[in-house]
Structures are given as structure tokens and as C-alpha cells.
Ligand binder design. Structure first.
Ligand code: AMP
Ligand code: GLY
Length: 430
């Protein structure tokens, strides 16, 4: 079997790692692989965003399954193009990917279908947006409607901050075209939970839920990032909460998309806020989470490839049930100096043998590349280090210690990944 993974980050490294385990004899290919992916897959010298070139390549290479990691090629229609050329693909059509690519579309769909989410209004006119903010008061949330690499949401404590956010998006175009339209939302209070469903358009097969740490600083302080660490499972994701998420959020969303003529076939990621009134949607994503995937996949015992292939071939997931190890995984992101702002590249990375050889530690590369025989940094998020353990404390210390022992100049990482769950554990003991 010939499998192509599109994307170059930690999530894609984890996907390749799992596919390699599921199909030891498959031929794996990856677009512009980072240094870690390069040992698992043959390189395809085409950027993940070059949809036309990739379509031609995949069709001519008789690829049996394409798995698309990032949202941008999905929003640009890569799955539609692949299907048209007869390349089976796991990932939604461009129309279905609007659930992530246009927050305005997602919010309207949720409102129409009665799916619990923050109340909102959409604006292209700054004066109207500001009038609405003044009328609503703070705290309030201002979001660029389009794709902004996870950085387009601003939670504002004051009306002045919200006005400044509107002005930077609509006037200064801080997020370019993604901020041509802004969504202004009610502030929701609670803990966040990332819920993942593999779906054929109707069935929603839930994977383990995870919690991400989006802020750069320990204790969840400082600027928003693409994600600085994650852990799974999360005790807040009780069977009752997951049932509610499935019945009130995931299934109705899939029905609403199918009713619009764009069934969602791929991975639907619901970012939820667990409010006192039950789970509400913060956002949908049309792909796996990064870094949540690096925590979830090492715990998945059953085949991911079988699920991908079924969906890609247009089959049904009815009766399937993913099986997870009864252990915990914590993944810590190592980021470059300066991230989430500008950062240097080309710094040499040293991974001690004790880390590479530990069967309970997985190093998933993100922004790395090979420079001769050295591995060097090439992105903001450089790698994620997953620790597996029988307990959360064990998993967290494995991840943290491995993160501490990997070296490159200017390395930043958070030592407190999974702190909320740790605090819950402590409270349970008292
Ligand atoms: P998003 O890009 O929509 O995922 O938002 C990024 C982060 O901003 C989320 O993970 C939340 O922490 C926060 N956030 C977004 N929307 C809201 C909201 N309506 N209420 C409270 N926090 C929010
Ligand atoms: N971890 C957040 C995301 O993948 O969007």
C-alpha cells in the first residue's frame, strides 16, 4: 500500500508513526518531511499547500491513501481534487472544511442547527462592530473569521481592548484577508476540552479527548500560540459529557453539513468550553489537533489506518470502535526563542540517546530539518515530546524530563503541561 501524508509538523510525524505501526510494510511518503519524518517516509519535494502539483503527483504515483494533516490545503480543496483524480483521501472537501476556514460560516451553521455555542454577531464594518461591543460590554471575544494559524482570537477583558482588536483586524489587517470579517462573541467561562471524531459523514467515532495549553507561559499566561502541550485522557471528559457532546454537538453538526450538501468526511475536532450550562463549542477544526494528536495516537492500540481507508473509500464506520491503552500521555512542545513572535532558525538540536531509546518517550519533530548530519531548528514549534505512564504524574515527569534534556539554544518549554488535571488529582486525594 502506498500512503501519502500531507503536512510537515508534529501532528504529521505522529500520524506517520502510527501508520507505520499499523502497516509495517506500507510505502510511506511525506511532503517536505522534517528531520523526524524523514526516517519514516520517502520525501515528496512539493509543499503541502501546492494542491495542483500534489494532485498530479499522487495520481501519477498511484497513491492508495492520502491523509491530509493541516487545514490550509483542505480549505483550498485538496480533498476534492484528489477524489476527482481517483486518489482515495482522508480529509473533508473544501465546502465541509469551511467549518474551520470560516468562523462566520461555522457560527451561522451552529445557530441554525441549535448547537450550543457562544452568542455572536459578524461584522465587516468597524463602526458597527464597535457599537455592538459598547452595547455588550466586556469581557468579550473578537475573532478574525478566516484561517489565522490559531492566533486569530482575542479574549478582551475591557471594551477598549476589544475596540483595539477590531481596529487591528479590520483597519490594519493584522491577519490579512482572514480578518476582513470579524466575529464578536460572548465570553464563555469554564475549562476547555478538545474532542476528536473520525467521521464518514454520519457516524462520529470518538477518539480520546485531550486538553491543550494554548498560552506560551506557565499557568496559562501570556500570548496565544498554536499549542504548547497537551495530555490525554482528561477526567472532565466523563461518559456523560461525551454523550452530550456527541448527541448535541457532533451528530447535529454532521447532519447540518450533510443537509447543506457537504458531508464532512475526515476528522472533526470540536474545541469545547465546559460551562456550567453544559459543553458549548468554542470552535471547530477540520483536522487533527496539534499537539493533541501527539498525545492521543501513542495510546491508540487499534488500527487508525483501517478507519482512514474506510472513510477514504466512501465506506461506513458503523460498528467500529477504536481501542485505547489504559495509560496516560503528556506531550510537551519545545519552541524556538521568541515564539510565538519572530524566531531564529538553524540552531543545532541535540537529542540524548537516553531519550531516543526510552520506549515510553516519543519525540515528534515539527520545525526541524537536516543540515548535513545535524538536526537543526526550522520553525517556531520545534518538536513535541510525549511521555507515557501508568499515572498522569509518571507521564508528565517523563515528558518534562525528556523536554529538559533535549538541547538547542534559546529552547522554550512549559514545565506544567497537564497542571489542571494534576490539581484535580490532588483535590481527589484530600
Ligand atoms: P479559537 O481560535 O476560536 O480556538 O480561540 C482561541 C482560544 O481563545 C480558545 O482556545 C479559548 O481559550 C479562547 N476563546 C475563544 N473563544 C472564546 C469564548 N467565546 N469565550 C472564552 N474564551 C474563548
Ligand atoms: N491544538 C490546537 C489546534 O490544533 O488547533
Amino acid at each position: 500500500m502506498r500512503i501519502l501524508v500531507v503536512g510537515t509538523g508534529g501532528r504529521e510525524h505522529a500520524l506517520l508513526w502510527k501508520l507505520r505501526r499499523d502497516a509495517p510494510s506500507a510505502e510511506l511518503f511525506a511532503t517536505q518531511p522534517n528531520a523526524g519524518m524523514a526516517s519514516l517516509a520517502r520525501p515528496v519535494p512539493i509543499a503541502p499547500g501546492d494542491v495542483e502539483a500534489l494532485t498530479g503527483w499522487a495520481a501519477s504515483q498511484r497513491i492508495d491513501l492520502a491523509v491530509v494533516g493541516p487545514e490550509a490545503p483542505l480549505a483550498a480543496g485538496i480533498a476534492d481534487r484528489f477524489r476527482k483524480k481517483g486518489v482515495p483521501v482522508f480529509g473533508p472537501s473544501a465546502e465541509a472544511a469551511r467549518i474551520e476556514a470560516s468562523k462566520a460560516f461555522a457560527k451561522d451553521l451552529m445557530t441554525e442547527a441549535g448547537i450550543p455555542t457562544a452568542g455572536h454577531r459578524t461584522f465587516t464594518d468597524a463602526e458597527q462592530a464597535v457599537a455592538f461591543i459598547r452595547e455588550s460590554g466586556a469581557p468579550i471575544v473578537v475573532k478574525a473569521s478566516g484561517l489565522a494559524a490559531g492566533k486569530g482570537a482575542v479574549v478582551c477583558a475591557t471594551v477598549e481592548e476589544a475596540e483595539a482588536a477590531v481596529s487591528s483586524m479590520l483597519h490594519d489587517r493584522a491577519f490579512g484577508e482572514a480578518g476582513r470579517e470579524v466575529v464578536i462573541e460572548e465570553f464563555m467561562e469554564g475549562e476547555e476540552l478538545s474532542v476528536f471524531a473520525v467521521t464518514d459523514g454520519e457516524e462520529a467515532l470518538l477518539l480520546l479527548s485531550a486538553q491543550d495549553h494554548k498560552r506560551i507561559g506557565e499557568g496559562d499566561t501570556g500570548l496565544n500560540t498554536g499549542g504548547m502541550g497537551a495530555y490525554a485522557p482528561v477526567s472532565l471528559a466523563t461518559p456523560a459529557i461525551l454523550l452530550e457532546a456527541r448527541e448535541k454537538i457532533l451528530v447535529p453538526t454532521l447532519r447540518a453539513l450533510a443537509a447543506k450538501g457537504c458531508p464532512f468526511k475526515g476528522l472533526l475536532y470540536a474545541g469545547l468550553m465546559l460551562t456550567k450550562d453544559g459543553p458549548k463549542v468554542v470552535e471547530f477544526n477540520c483536522r487533527f489537533g496539534d499537539p493533541e494528536t501527539q498525545a492521543i495516537l501513542p495510546l491508540l492500540d487499534s488500527s487508525l489506518l483501517e478507519l482512514f481507508a474506510e472513510v477514504a473509500e466512501g465506506g461506513s464506520l458503523k460498528g467500529r470502535e477504536p481501542r485505547f491503552r489504559a495509560e496516560t500521555a503528556v506531550t510537551t512542545v519545545l519552541a524556538s526563542e521568541g515564539y510565538p513572535g519572530d524566531y531564529p532558525k538553524g540552531r543545532t538540536i541535540d537529542i540524548p540517546a537516553a531519550v531516543s531509546d526510552d520506549p515510553d518517550v516519543m519525540v515528534f519533530h515539527a520545525g526541524t530539518q537536516l543540515a548535513g548530519d545535524r538536526v537543526v531548528t526550522s520553525g517556531g514549534r520545534v518538536m513535541t515530546v510525549t511521555g507515557i505512564g501508568a499515572t498522569l504524574a509518571e507521564a508528565a515527569s517523563r515528558s518534562r524530563e525528556a523536554a529538559a534534556s533535549i538541547r538547542f539554544d534559546g529552547k522554550q518549554f512549559r514545565r506544567d503541561i497537564s497542571w489542571r488535571e494534576m490539581a484535580r488529582d490532588e483535590r481527589m486525594k484530600v
